[in-house]
Write a protein that binds this ligand. Sequence first.
Ligand SMILES: Nc1nc(=O)c2c([nH]1)NC[C@@H]1CN(c3ccc(C(=O)N[C@@H](CCC(=O)O)C(=O)O)cc3)C=[N+]21
Length: 366
Amino acid sequence: MGDRGNFKKNLRKDAREDIKLTTSSSTDLHCSFHGALPPLLGWNSPEIWRDRDDIQPCRAILDEDLTKTEPTAAIIDGKMIAEKIRQEVTEEVTRLKSQTGGKVPGLAVVLVGSRKDSETYVRSKKKACKEVGIASFGEDLPESSSEEDVLAVVRKFNEDPSVHGILIQLPLPKHMNEEKVLAAVSVEKDVDGFHPLNIGKLAMQGRTPLFVPCTPKGCIELLLRSNVDIKGKHAVVIGRSNVVGTPAAMLLQRHQATVTVVHSYTPNPAEVTRRADIVIAAVGVAHLVGGDWIKPGAVVIDVGINPIEDPSAKKGYRLVGDVCFKEACMKASAITPVPGGVGPMTIAMLLSNTLDSAKRAYGLIN
Ligand SMILES: Nc1nc(=O)c2c([nH]1)NC[C@@H]1CN(c3ccc(C(=O)N[C@@H](CCC(=O)O)C(=O)O)cc3)C=[N+]21
């Protein structure tokens, strides 16, 4: 272990920052014999996309007059497709009710703290439940609550037979261990698909997770329902979060795509992304992906929902994706807008996961 000191000394400054941010989970358990090498599981490095000199700002923001040429892309209407799925769920809920003598699916939403965006999302999730006949249960805890308080709520819902799905609204306050809280949700009620057992099964061939995370599932549904062929295609996923990028890459592989994951340490992400037939952008940086990142004819799924200042908007801001829509429209064969793309699908998938869970609880599916 003596070599570790020398290793640190020789690191570039940014890499040294990474070490500071490395959590206790990367103990040297896995690499005690590596000496000067990095730990087997890698450093837990932060994703920093800003201040990179190999990424140019998206031109259409600066050049409003770009749209002299006609856009080529078909718009993938996530709002309409999500509406269709919600109708399907509504019908299924009615059927479940008649088959079980009046039982309905139930979703419990746990919100900790008072982030405005989280409150908005939770409200729209509950509203969506109501519209399709799913009962919703809520528990709003103050920011100051302890991890044990949240765990107690999770246990209560785990045991409640009228609750078939439990959703812990993310992000949790910083003082809570997200890993521990998410693992406390019963696998059978993990409608977000974040339980390690469900993620693990998603990653393994021949295994079937009980639930697939809503946003990546929504992306794949958009592709399937728009008749986009995935098999044998090159898909580039930009971003590697637990919630979207990583499970999206796993799902695309299950659909026989060749998958490349582009992240904040990827040199020349534009060049790599330009090789993609299918692009899923899930980074959280407004307009990161310019038109020059897109191969002509590619299909683009934009997961980002980023507020940017807009004095002409009522609230003073508007929502834009990770993709520069105006530019990408000139290159792509099909593209999802923001809003009205992946966002509504996320909620539709949550409803469909909750329905599946209830069907399973009443022995109607495996
Ligand atoms: N445990 C957990 N599960 C989640 O699924 C989860 C979460 N935590 N934390 C926050 C994110 C975000 N999220 C969205 C859901 C719907 C829209 C949505 O419907 N957006 C619309 C409207 C946007 C607007 O105008 O406000 C659209 O894109 O068209 C967006 C974002 C779910 N999340």
